[in-house]
Design a binder for this molecule. Structure first.
Ligand code: FEO
Length: 399
């Protein structure tokens, strides 16, 4: 038995959550599961907004069948072709052979690539501003290329003022019963929403900005994303976060310190620095051991914090590998507008600082402090003044 969840008088939630798969996209840890949202509208015409991930196939198909209650499916809006939403599209097209697809032209190509199926005869191709009436409802469509695939569209229900936003405004994590963001603790929600944004969409800030500009022209009362809760109150809170993240603007005057330490000496320097920052009145300090922290967490934290300290051992005459992985991930996600500070350690040939400086040099809007604090094996008593000077520079950089 499946509980049908109603969103409005004629809009139903037919997605589902699951927590058995430990990784989303086989890369991102999702300890709190994942929701795969899909929506079904019962207007004069029936409309399915996307399908779901294979992981929730049975529950999704049961919900669709139950909500349709013997009615035919008239339209499938395909907002996004990534398989966490389109894995079941081929099967749904077969189950409902008269349903027409509403999608971008690139979607038709991708359907052929994924399913070896030419759907051009049953596809209604939409472009920016195109509209479609389903009876009581009229939808308009907007392209959202590279948020975060090229074929993405979002749809706007002009009648009930609902934006179906594809991956935008999603989050990691399952839905715990309620569908709505106003029923959940946003202090718990925010870190996972940030981690989702930074890692899934973060690279495409300009494209997110373009989508936000289109959305700003609409009267949006509700946002129905493809992951996470539905927003029907306080939408501005989340939109403001998207404004910040998509312009690579830090959320806070926070200091992120990551350390890669083999025997604890580099870690010790990082910890003392954190204490010295605290003594200077900086309250928002985040300290992480890269060897124990998934890179996706550090991508998200880098999107949050204004200043970033990298403390790295030298390893094989290079950067300690887990540190290098994180920096590569920051670059891959186009992190911008941050101030970096470096601590390097090397018992006979410290090299990580110089190599990190080179790696960071082409990151847009970023600067790296030229004064690299160098440890040779361990922090020496006389180096306290160096740590004090580094803490002073970080404090001044935040001012
Ligand atoms: Fe949730 Fe890009 O798929």
């Amino acid at each position: 038995m499946q509980t049908q969840q109603q969103i409005t008088s004629d809009l139903y939630y037919v997605g589902a959550s699951e927590g058995r798969h430990p990784l989303f996209e086989n890369i991102y840890p999702v300890a709190n599961g994942m929701s795969y949202n899909s929506y079904l509208l019962l207007d004069e015409k029936t409309v399915l907004m996307d399908t779901c991930d294979e992981a929730v196939r049975d529950i999704f198909l049961t919900k669709v069948r139950t909500v349709l209650n013997e009615r035919q499916l008239d339209y499938i809006f395909v907002h996004h072709m990534e398989p966490d939403h389109a894995a079941l599209l081929d099967e749904v097209m077969t189950l409902y052979p008269t349903a027409q697809l509403v999608c971008s032209s690139k979607t038709v190509t991708l359907i052929n690539q994924f399913f070896n199926r030419d759907v051009s005869a049953r596809a209604i191709i939409v472009k920016d501003g195109d509209t479609l009436s389903t009876g009581r409802h009229t939808f308009s469509f907007y392209t959202a290329p590279m948020v975060h695939w090229p074929e993405v569209i979002v749809s706007y229900d002009q009648t009930d003022c609902i934006l179906f936003s594809a991956d935008a405004f999603g989050t990691f994590g399952e839905l715990d019963g309620s569908l709505f963001a106003d029923d959940i603790d946003l202090s718990t929600f925010l870190p996972e929403a940030r981690r989702y944004y930074a890692n899934i969409v973060g690279k495409y800030g300009n494209q997110v900005q373009a989508l936000l500009k289109k959305a700003a022209t609409l009267n949006i009362q509700q946002i129905c994303p493809l992951h996470g809760p539905i927003w029907r109150k306080n939408l501005g809170w989340f939109i403001e976060k998207y404004q910040r993240w998509s312009t690579y603007t830090p959320e806070a005057d926070a200091v992120l310190i990551i350390y890669g330490s083999i025997y604890g000496h580099t870690e010790q320097a990082a910890r003392i620095l954190a204490t010295k920052l605290s003594e200077r009145g900086i309250s928002n300090i985040a300290l992480y051991d890269v060897s124990k922290t998934h890179p996706s967490v550090l991508v998200a934290e880098a999107f949050r914090c204004a200043a970033i300290v990298i403390a790295s051992a030298t390893y094989n005459n290079g950067i300690f590998p887990p540190v290098e992985t994180v920096v590569l991930d920051w670059k891959a996600h186009a992190l911008q507008n941050r101030k970096f500070y470096l601590i390097q350690n090397g018992s006979w040939a410290p090299a990580s600082g110089k190599l990190l400086t080179a790696m960071l040099s082409d990151m847009k809007g970023c600067s790296t402090d030229e004064n690299i604090l160098t440890l040779t094996s361990a922090l020496k008593p006389g180096q306290e003044s160096d740590l004090n000077a580094l803490a002073d520079r970080i404090q001044q950089g935040l001012a």
